[in-house]
Design a protein around this ligand. Sequence first.
Ligand code: NAD
Ligand code: WQD
Length: 339
Amino acid sequence: MHKILVTGGAGYIGSHTVVELINSGFEPIIVDNYSNSNPLVIQNLEKLCNRSITHYEADCNDEKVLSEIFNEHNISGVIHFAAYKAVGESVSEPLKYYENNIGSLITLLKVMNRFDVSTIVFSSSCTVYGQPDQLPVSENAVIRPANSPYGYTKQVSETILQDCVHANPKFRTVLLRYFNPIGAHPSSLIGELPIGIPNNLVPFITQTGAGWRNELTIFGDDYNTSDGTCIRDYIHVIDLAKAHVKAFEWLEKNTDSIGVFNIGTGNGSSVLQTIQAFEKVSGIKLAYKIGNRREGDVEQIWASNDKAVNELNWKAIYSLEDAMDHAWKWQLKLGEKQP
Ligand code: NAD
Ligand code: WQD
C-alpha cells in the first residue's frame, strides 16, 4: 500500500483528501502543526473512515522532525497542503507568509531528496493568474505579477518545484491550481473551520444564515458582469480532494515530469447566484447589503478544466447547490453559538 505524506492533512482540503486517499487504497500519513486547524479533526476523520490514521503534530519547517517521520515510514509520495492562506494577512505580515509557505516547501524538498522520495502534488491556486485576459482561463495563460504576498508564494513555489524537476531527472510533480473550494463532507464530520471572521464568501454566508454574523456585505455590485457582482468558479471540496488521487494515478501512468492542472468546475457563479443557491437549499432569506469593492479582487475568473478532464480523467460531480447544502449542514452541526 502506497504511503502518502499529507502535510496540512488536518486542514480543510487536506482532511477531505485524506478520506479520498483511504477510499482509493492509499495510506495517508498526516503532518500538521494545527496552526489553522484542530486536533479534533483527526478524531472525526477516524470516525468517518472507521479506522485509525497515522498523524503527527509537527511543523513542516522542522527538518529534524520531518526526517524522523520519513525515516519511520516508507513514503512513496507527498501532498503538500501546509501553508498559510489569508490573502489580507499576507499583505500586512508578508514575512510570516514567505517563511511558512516557501520555507516549509524548501525544508520538505530537502528531506524528500535525502530519502529519495521524488513525487509531490502541490496545492497551487488560481490566484497565480490574477485577472486573466481570456475566460475560461487555461493552464498556459500568462502568469502576471502577483497581487499579494500570498499569491506570490504560490508563484514562487511553482517555480521552485519546476526548478527541482529540471535539476533532478527522477523528480516529478503535479501542480494543482485550485479554484474556489467550498462545501463539506455530507456526513458533516469534517468541513471548513475558519478561525475568527471568515475571509471567504461561503463560510460568511453560512455563518450569517446561522446568526453568527448579522449580515453579509457584498463587495461591490458595479463590476462588468451580468448582475454586477464578481464571478468565481466554486468547486465542491470533495471533487477537489478526488483530483489529488487522480494526480497520483497520473504520476504512476505518465512519464511526464511535471503536470499543471486547473481544478475547477468550468462554470462561473456570481456572488448573488451563490447567495441564491444558499437561500434555495436552506430556505433562509440571507441578510446582506451591498458594500464597496474589496481591494485586490479580480472581477471574474473561471477555469478551463479540459486538461484535468482529459489527462487526469477527473471531473467535478457536485453542483453549486450540492456544495451549499453540504456547507449549510456542516454549519448547523457546528451549533448555534460561535465557538
Ligand atoms: P487550511 O488552513 O484549512 O489547511 C492548511 C493546514 O496546514 C492547516 O491544518 C494548518 O494547521 C497546517 N499548516 C500550516 N502551516 C503548517 C506548517 N508549517 N507545518 C505543518 N502544518 C501546517 O487551508 P486549506 O484551505 O485546506 O488549504 C490547503 C492548501 O490549499 C494551502 O496550501 C492553500 O494555500 C491552498 N489553497 C487553498 C484554497 C482555498 O480557498 N481554501 C484555494 C487555493 C489554494
Ligand atoms: C469570493 C467572492 C468577493 C466575502 C480567495 C483568495 C484566493 C483563493 C480563494 C487561495 C469575491 C466576494 C467575499 C464577503 C463578498 N485562495 N465576497 N463578501 O477572493 O475568489 O479568493 O480564496 O488560494 O487566493 O484570494 O474568494 O471567498 O474571498 O471571495 O462579497 O464577505 O465573494 O468579493 O468576489 P476569492 P472569496
